[in-house]
Design a protein. Structure first.
Lengths: 333, 440
């Protein structure tokens, strides 16, 4: 359950590490060798390129590419996980797209979640990041930590906590509504098929809030103070500063965050599994969870693999579209 | 400069190598004379109940046979099933393992030859109840042994019935009436684990049984699926469910309640009744529950509707959990020996019954001590006076996918998202699809 979250963390960390490592190597070379020639020669040498790329490529082939190919093969079989797989061609994919309403529901839910993350969570993240940056001093650190706490706590703990909060009999939420004489607003938060998606979105947004905010915050910290000072001298207001400086300069960060949001929406599994498991019925079913149910509860590994292949295709497709929408207009200054 | 290049190369190689070395696996060395039995269980709690019983028997076997080592791996049901299929796919099934004696779990395993055949004659004197070995056999060959008998009953809280002047239900209509009264008083009428889904499938079968009085009706419908929509008894049982859900007969948000939540609601005295299986036999001995609750908890047969042709002594009962031995085990004979030892009547049945952990699948009346708890006595009575027994429940009778689909449907139906008609139509369709797959 933790896996995808962990993966996400590892990805982020490794990205940060790569950036740092590159910078270190560069500065090391410049400081001690003094000449760009050496590095140039070194990186031009095919053997070096091979040596540097090969380990990573090997890991990629073994851990990413091979499983996808295998998945593609198993997706074309009927296999219960026990016994031998029977090859049935594209039957599973046909069934998935044309006969499986649950798959379509879960795909739609994943897309809606992605949109909700982009349209609701991320503006809030950005706002919070700007506010924290403005506060400054000790409070800045305090708020930064507070907002990040949900990301540090295990997903199991927070999900179970939210299940308790939403409980219609003992739950904190309904109790609070009672306290303020708003009893008529009380709901079966996770049992009502009309509300369950909304309730789950709140949990997911709350949990992912810290990550989104942190990346925006880092982006904002990366914008030079000089630019702001210049704007201040020119007499720009807060709104104008945001519109003409912060927002355009944050575009690369926003782009990354939106892509991450979309991917995390598609990968969403742990919160769903731990709260409703797709219920009631299939009202809150999401692709990753549906895949799991098909493979591990229904023992339809072939079908589960077919879902995972479509899942990969949809993810790639969405990423391409997103990249098209947010063009690469990185501003240099 | 060349030196530096070399240095870079070497250091990079080192980094890669250390990374790869980290992937290595350490293996423990065992003496070749030792017999090491890998035991795979679905009872992770080794300190209470069935898990403790299992561990106690393993420990005493090891004590008698010092050359035998038993390595226990235990996981909860869902991860157990998941890991089991992984083991099966990689041909590494542990030597002795827990199985569910239901086609939805065991059939593909038996069919593909993963389990060792047991000699049925060896177990003649073990006192297994009539029909309890059926789910563990195929084509007249025995592949596993059941460890307990499960049947659905209605637990209730005496104090709450007295407090609100509700009479103990003798018919299904009484339950609906009782539900209305409890609702008025802010008490949840029936606690049920709706998130786990299977209880609702079972309750539907229970009602169908009590409407029809015919244990063969459901198995027949799974073969001839038109029965779901044409036989009026199916619709009647579905209407019974609707009558109860219409008066909010289950706790609020019951579709989100897992086993723990439902059990807790009932044990906290917030729900008057609790529809669950006989495996709750230890409830009035459980240290975690209040004395007041333990004094007040009681159990009855699930009542039949007044117009129903069935009796409340017709039970939805089956032999679920049990054990089997891997066909490819290197220590097959030793594993069968251990299995035989564990399932000896004076071991599993006696110790299990007397510790209040199980209702065994073996005859256990010779082990009654007279000191049984109230629930133990009542459940024994319900089982011994039963007039018919269902065997494998309908959701478990076909494929694993049918289990998922039928239970999902039951949940949607109980939650009111599907009308009785939709429920039956879709159940028929699911059964039809599953039958096709079974025949493949």
């Amino acid at each position: 359950m933790q896996k995808s979250n962990l993966l996400h963390q590892v990805q982020c960390r490794s990205q940060i590490f790569c950036i740092r490592f590159n910078a270190e190597v560069k500065s090391f070379c410049i400081r001690f060798i003094g000449k760009g020639d050496f590095m140039h020669a070194l990186f031009k040498d095919k053997k070096t390129i091979f040596l540097l790329v090969f380990p990573g490529l090997l890991v990629f082939l073994y851990a990413v590419f091979l499983p996808i190919v295998l998945s593609g093969y198993f997706g074309m079989t009927e296999w219960s996980g026990i016994g031998k797989p029977v090859f049935i061609g594209l039957e599973n994919f046909k069934n998935l797209i044309f006969n499986d309403s649950t798959f379509i529901t879960s795909l739609r839910n994943s897309l809606v979640l992605g949109l909700a993350l982009i349209c609701i969570q991320h503006p809030l993240c950005l706002g919070a990041a700007i506010m924290i940056d403005k506060i400054g001093g000790k409070l800045e650190k305090v708020f930064r930590a507070i907002f990040f706490i949900p990301c540090v706590i295990s997903v199991i703990v927070t999900s179970k906590m939210w299940v308790q909060i939403y409980d219609s009999q003992y739950g904190l939420l309904n109790k609070i509504l009672d306290m303020f004489h708003l009893g008529f607003l009380k709901q079966e938060w996770l049992a009502n098929p009309k509300l369950v998606l909304g309730s789950l979105f709140v949990i997911i947004m709350w949990q992912g809030f810290g990550w989104g905010m942190l990346i925006y915050y880092a982006g904002i910290k990366g914008i030079s103070e000089d630019v702001y000072e210049a704007a201040q001298i020119d007499g720009a207001g807060a709104a104008q500063v945001f519109k003409s400086i912060t927002f355009p300069l944050l575009k690369p960060v926003i782009k990354i965050n939106i892509t991450l949001a979309m991917i995390s929406a598609f990968k969403q599994m742990e919160v769903i599994y731990l709260t409703t498991n797709g219920g009631p019925g299939n009202a809150s079913q999401f692709i990753a969870n549906y895949l799991y149910i098909k493979a591990f509860n229904s023992y339809q590994y072939g079908y589960g693999n077919a879902i995972s292949i479509l899942f990969v295709i949809v993810c790639i497709f969405v990423t391409i579209i997103l990249n098209k929408i947010i063009k690469k207009d990185v501003i240099e200054y | 400069m060349i030196k530096l290049k070399k240095l870079l190369c070497i250091s990079l190689t080192c980094v890669v190598l250390t990374g790869l070395i980290g992937c290595g696996k350490s293996e423990t060395v065992t003496k070749s004379t030792d017999i090491n039995i890998k035991f795979f269980s679905n009872l992770p709690d080794r300190a209470t109940g069935q898990g403790k019983l299992e561990q106690t028997l393993i420990d005493s076997y090891i004590k008698d046979n010092p050359n035998v080592k038993v390595t226990v791996e235990a996981l909860q049901d869902a991860p157990y099933k998941q890991k089991f299929t992984t083991y099966a796919a990689s041909n590494g099934i542990p030597d002795l393992f827990m199985v569910w004696g239901q086609p939805s779990f065991l059939a593909p395993i038996m069919k593909n030859g993963y389990v060792a055949e047991l000699n049925a004659n060896d177990f003649k004197d073990y006192g297994f109840l009539n029909g309890s070995l059926d789910g563990f056999s195929t084509n007249g060959k025995l592949y596993g042994l059941p460890r307990n008998t499960d049947f659905m009953v209605l637990y209730y809280n005496k104090a709450l019935f007295e407090k609100y002047g509700v009479k103990l239900p003798t018919t299904y209509e009484d339950i609906v009436e009782a539900a209305k009264t409890f609702r008025k008083n802010d008490i949840s009428p029936i606690a049920i684990n709706g998130k786990d889904k299977y209880t609702m499938s079972l309750m539907y079968q229970d009602l169908l049984l009590k409407e029809s009085g015919d244990q063969k009706l459901m198995p027949a419908a799974l073969k001839d699926t038109t029965k779901f929509t044409t036989d009026p008894l199916f619709a009647k049982a579905a209407e019974d469910v609707k009558a109860l859900t219409d008066v909010k007969g289950f706790q609020d948000s019951f579709v989100t309640a897992d086993y723990g939540a439902a059990n807790n609601l009932f044990a906290q005295g917030k729900a008057a009744m609790y529809y669950m299986g006989s495996w709750e036999v230890g409830m009035d001995l459980n240290k975690d529950f209040s004395d007041e609750f333990k004094k007040n908890v009681d159990v009855i047969k699930f009542p039949a509707p007044s117009t129903g042709k069935g009796k409340d002594t017709d039970l939805v009962a089956w032999n679920g959990g049990g054990y089997a031995v891997s066909a490819n085990s290197k220590v097959k004979d030793e594993s069968i020996k251990l299995l035989k030892y564990m399932m000896k009547p004076e071991n599993w049945a006696k110790l299990g019954w007397q510790s209040g952990a199980v209702v065994p699948a073996q005859k256990y009346d010779q082990y009654l001590t007279g000191k049984e708890s109230n629930l133990q006595k009542k459940l024994t009575e319900i089982l011994s006076t039963s007039t018919s027994i269902s065997g494998v429940a309908w959701d478990d009778a076909l494929t694993p996918d049918f289990k998922t689909n039928s239970e999902n449907l039951s949940q949607e139906f109980f939650a009111g998202f599907k009308t009785p008609k939709q429920f039956l139509e879709e159940a028929a369709k699911a059964a039809e699809n599953a039958a096709e797959n079974v025949n493949k």
